[in-house]
Each structure stands twice: as structure tokens, then as C-alpha cells.
Design a protein around this ligand. Structure first.
Ligand SMILES: NC(=O)c1ccc[n+]([C@@H]2O[C@H](COP(=O)([O-])OP(=O)(O)OC[C@H]3O[C@@H](n4cnc5c(N)ncnc54)[C@H](OP(=O)(O)O)[C@@H]3O)[C@@H](O)[C@H]2O)c1
Length: 263
């Protein structure tokens, strides 16, 4: 029996798969993948050397089954896989909006967990929220956490906070990439070569994030330390506030939360 089955293997499935294999949590032969198209199956097999399944039901015979399709596909895909799930299988949902109780009703599975990962999982830098269903014992929870930590950090949350976690960690990499792109565009406008601009902007974001995580200082204190009196940074900050950057970020994330609630 395969240890892990991915039902669907697009952007998020591949990111998790890449992290799991790089960390050595299991061998490629321990993983089986299904997808909608043969093209994806061929590409995933060529890149990772994992087994490919001829159907979703076949991938769902694994010990841990990751439902890595879009939320809109969940109901039909679950109808396909539910009959072949083993009674001891751990069913993992990574979709926003699909609650543990909904998943339990649709899959009939005893052991269900919700994860909200993000794509930096691909390089072992994921941030994944975890909500365990009632059917998981301590050993099951440890297995899930080992899986999650193979591609980054895990944070156990009460399920009612999952929509917030979806915005703050699941979707936010897209907004951070947008910020990096915008900063680089400004650099290019002032003559920086494009490649240098992306590298410099990304390194500044990565370094700033590590400062927050590693110093434990409040983000506002770290910001104040960059803003010299009558200096250049405070001028930029003044304009960013005027343009509503802070509010734009908050409202953007709250729109994400609202969408997650409607799924
Ligand atoms: N992307 C993120 O950053 C992110 C973050 C957190 C959570 N998520 C969640 O992760 C899940 C997957 O998102 P994604 O971004 O990876 O989507 P995606 O890139 O569109 O990948 C979806 C995968 O599902 C497969 N698929 C579609 N219909 C299928 C079917 N009927 N049977 C089997 N496989 C099917 C697709 O196969 P083909 O490739 O053959 O079309 C593809 O491999 C979603 O629930 C999403 O909300 C995503």
C-alpha cells in the first residue's frame, strides 16, 4: 500500500510533494498521484518519479489521502474516492471552506484533517495550519504533523480560524509576490536591471520576514528603526500611507476570508 496518495497534483499538490520528497519523509515509490489529465501525470512522474494511478479511486487506497483538487471539484472527486478509502486512512483536505463535518459526511471517513498549506512548501518553507478531526488519535496526529513539518512549519488551530489562516498564510504568498514585483518595477523604472531588481526586492522581503521571526520585535519597532528622521524611508512611507497600502492589504485579506466562507 502507498503511504501517500495525492488526488490531484497541481500547484499546491506539487509543492507539498516536492517538500515531502526533498525532506526524505518517504521514497517516490511510496507516493501515488492521480490527476485529471495524462499530461499532468506524465509530468509529475517525470519530475518526481512517483507512481501514477489510473483513477482517483486507486490513488485513494493510500494510507494518507490528500485531496488536492479545487474546492469546486471536492464533491464529485469525493464521490469517486469514498468507496475505496481504507477504514484507517487519514483523509487530508487542503481546500478552503470545506469543514470537517462536511468532509466527514461526504467521505464517510473516520480520520479527517484539514490543512491550509502554502506554496513555499515546495522549498521546505511552507506555513501550514492544521485542524484535526475527532477521529485522529495521538499517533495519527503525530503522523500528520511529521508530514506537515517535512515541508515547513505547522500550526494547530481551532477550525473556526481556518478562513483567517487561509488569507494570512494560504493565499498571502500571491500578495507578497505582487509586492516584490511592484518594488522591482520601481527599481527598473529608475534603471536597475530587471534580474537584479527581482533578486534585491525578494531578498529584502525574505530578510525582513526573518527579522520579525527571529528577533521577536514588533514589526512597527523594526519599521521605526529603518525610518531615520528627515530621511528617505519616511518619505516613501508617507506616500504609501496616503495611497492606502495598509488598508488595501487588510481589505484584500478580508475579501479572501469572505470568499473562503462562501465555498
Ligand atoms: N495554490 C495555492 O497556493 C494553494 C494554497 C492553499 C490551498 N490550496 C488548495 O489546494 C487545492 C488545489 O489547488 P491548486 O492551486 O493546486 O490547483 P491546481 O493547480 O488547479 O491543481 C488542481 C489539480 O487537480 C486536478 N484535478 C482537477 N479535476 C480533477 C479530477 N476530477 N480528478 C482528479 N484530479 C483533478 C488537476 O489535474 P490536471 O493538472 O490534470 O488538470 C490538477 O492537478 C485547492 O483546494 C486550493 O484551494 C491551494
Amino acid at each position: 500500500m502507498h503511504k501517500i496518495g495525492f488526488v490531484g497534483c497541481g500547484n499546491m499538490g506539487r509543492a507539498m510533494l516536492s517538500g515531502v520528497l526533498s525532506a526524505g519523509l518517504c521514497e517516490p515509490g511510496d507516493v501515488v498521484v492521480s490527476a485529471r489529465t495524462q499530461k499532468t501525470l506524465d509530468a509529475v512522474h517525470a519530475e518526481f518519479g512517483v507512481d501514477v494511478a489510473s483513477s482517483n479511486a486507486e490513488a485513494a487506497k493510500a494510507e494518507m489521502v490528500i485531496l488536492a483538487v479545487k474546492p469546486q471539484m471536492y464533491e464529485s472527486v469525493i464521490a469517486e474516492v469514498a468507496p475505496t478509502l481504507s477504514s484507517e486512512a487519514i483523509v487530508v483536505s487542503i481546500a478552503p471552506g470545506k469543514t470537517l463535518s462536511w468532509l466527514s459526511e461526504k467521505t464517510g471517513a473516520k480520520k479527517i484533517v484539514r490543512l491550509m498549506p502554502n506554496t513555499p512548501a515546495a522549498i521546505g518553507c511552507g506555513m501550514t495550519s492544521v485542524a484535526y478531526g475527532d477521529g485522529l488519535d495521538e499517533a495519527d496526529q503525530a503522523r500528520v504533523m511529521a508530514f506537515v513539518q517535512s515541508f515547513g512549519e505547522g500550526e494547530v488551530l481551532s477550525e473556526h480560524l481556518f478562513d483567517a489562516a487561509t488569507a494570512v498564510a494560504g493565499c498571502s504568498p500571491a500578495y507578497v509576490y505582487m509586492f516584490i514585483e511592484a518594488m522591482a518595477d520601481a527599481g527598473v523604472a529608475e534603471g536597475l536591471p530587471r534580474a537584479s531588481a527581482y533578486r534585491m526586492a525578494a531578498a529584502a522581503v525574505a530578510g525582513s520576514a526573518r527579522m520579525v521571526l527571529e528577533t521577536g520585535q514588533h514589526p512597527a519597532a523594526l519599521k521605526d528603526a529603518v525610518c531615520s528622521p528627515a530621511g528617505t524611508t519616511i518619505e516613501g512611507l508617507r506616500v504609501l500611507e496616503e495611497k492606502g497600502m495598509r488598508s488595501a492589504v487588510i481589505e484584500g485579506l478580508l475579501a479572501t476570508v469572505e470568499k473562503a466562507k462562501r465555498l
